[in-house]
Design a binder for this molecule. Structure first.
Ligand SMILES: [Zn+2]
Ligand SMILES: [Zn+2]
Length: 384
């Protein structure tokens, strides 16, 4: 096994064994900073909490390329029996961010050794991707002013696709995620006296169904939108009409315009339905993840770099957009860039699933990912 492959595997397994969740990635961050310093990079710690920016500057070029990995684990008890199993109870790298970090360290190693470019590569290790808060925390901390970048690139593993296959597209690649809470207050009472109460379940039921008309009647049929009511709570009992009902849920879309339309229509439906039924409505709507929208020029660069690493037959340059959400979208609102997926499924094996207690990163794609990032830099800042 090559020295690079060996290093990638051991970093990845160390990180897998020591998973830390959002904004608590202290040891993770220190581990990364030490490795990056060993490679001779200039490391800036504590950006957006536990975030890191590490610079590799070669020659007198002025171009600056940002490469980003996410650092956080999730709250889950690992069910794998591995000698590098998580040592922290209830925490696990089940989304592959251990692999993403190792991949980016690998890119730093390749680039710091071959130095075949002119300019600056800025390696970003971002906290709290799972919460959709880490990219924003780094930006709020002055990331873009203190460490500006011309372009930024990121990657996520995709176990449902064959290992070593790159998937991307210009335009939207991951959805937005918004959360909502609708609290409907009526007046509870005895189940036998519905005429004396204001039953909040009646508007709740009407709202529950009416919300689906937003997708079918308001959103342009070519656009993507999902509204899912995922929780329903009442303070009633089997013989007591409740006084309060709350409906919680989640919406997805691929554009800020659809996101806005959903929010406005939901609010209108909830408030008017409650009013019609004599109930009071409290409507809370929060933006959790921005949609991830790839820039066309950088998507073309990403495709080129991927082709150079794995060949044309293993690159899907116009893949179907993914329905999940990614914190990377926040960077792409500010800086041109591109996000790609890297297939991680092993041939002949049932694909693993992200966020499963049995998930384990496919170490065989680490080198591919690292080479892809290094190739991107060569494409943009290369000396040919
Ligand atoms: Zn995840
Ligand atoms: Zn993830």
């Amino acid at each position: 096994m090559s020295e690079l492959k060996e290093a990638l595997k051991s970093w990845r397994r160390y990180l897998h064994m020591h998973p830390e969740t959002a904004f608590e990635e202290l040891k993770t961050s220190e581990f990364l900073a030490e490795r990056l310093e060993e490679m001779g990079l200039e490391v800036h710690r504590g950006i957006g909490g536990t975030g890191i920016v590490a610079d590799l500057k070669v020659g007198d070029g002025t171009g600056i390329i940002g490469l980003r990995a996410d650092m956080d684990a999730i709250h889950l008890e690992e069910q794998n029996e591995l000698d590098y199993k998580s040592i922290y109870q209830g925490k696990m790298h089940a989304c592959g961010h251990d692999g993403h970090m190792a991949t980016l360290l690998g890119a730093a190693k390749i680039l710091s050794e071959c130095r075949n470019f002119k300019g600056t590569v800025r390696f970003l290790f971002q906290p709290a991707e799972e919460l959709g808060k880490g990219a924003y925390a780094m930006i709020r901390d002055g990331l873009l002013e203190k460490y500006p970048m011309d372009e930024i690139y990121g990657l996520h593993n995709a176990p449902a696709y064959p290992e070593g296959r790159f998937l991307t597209r210009a335009g939207h690649i991951c959805s937005s995620e918004d959360n909502f809470e609708i609290i409907i207050r009526g007046r509870g009472g005895h189940a036998s006296t519905p005429h004396l109460v204001i039953d909040p379940l009646v508007p709740a039921a009407e709202i529950f169904l009416a919300l689906q008309t937003i997708v079918s009647r308001n959103v342009l049929p070519n656009d993507f939108a999902v509204i899912s009511c995922t929780e329903l709570h009442t303070d009633g009992a089997h013989n007591t009409i409740p006084g309060t009902v709350s409906i919680l849920g989640d919406t997805r879309s691929y554009s800020p315009e659809v996101q806005k339309l959903i929010e406005e229509r939901m609010k209108r439906i909830c408030e008017s339905t409650c009013q019609m039924n004599g109930a009071r409505c409290e409507f809370k709507y929060t933006h959790e993840f921005a949609p991830t929208i790839n820039w066309a020029e950088q998507a073309a660069t990403a495709v080129n770099a991927a082709i150079r690493v794995v060949g044309e037959e293993n690159v899907e340059e116009n893949c179907l957009p993914f329905r999940g959400s990614e914190d990377f979208g926040v960077f792409l609102e500010k800086i041109p860039g591109c996000f790609v997926y890297l297939g991680a499924g092993k041939e002949g094996e049932k694909p693993g699933s992200l966020h499963s207690a049995h998930f384990d990163y496919n170490d065989d794609i680490l080198e591919t990912g690292a080479k892809y990032f290094a190739e991107l830099v060569k494409c943009r800042l290369g000396c040919k």
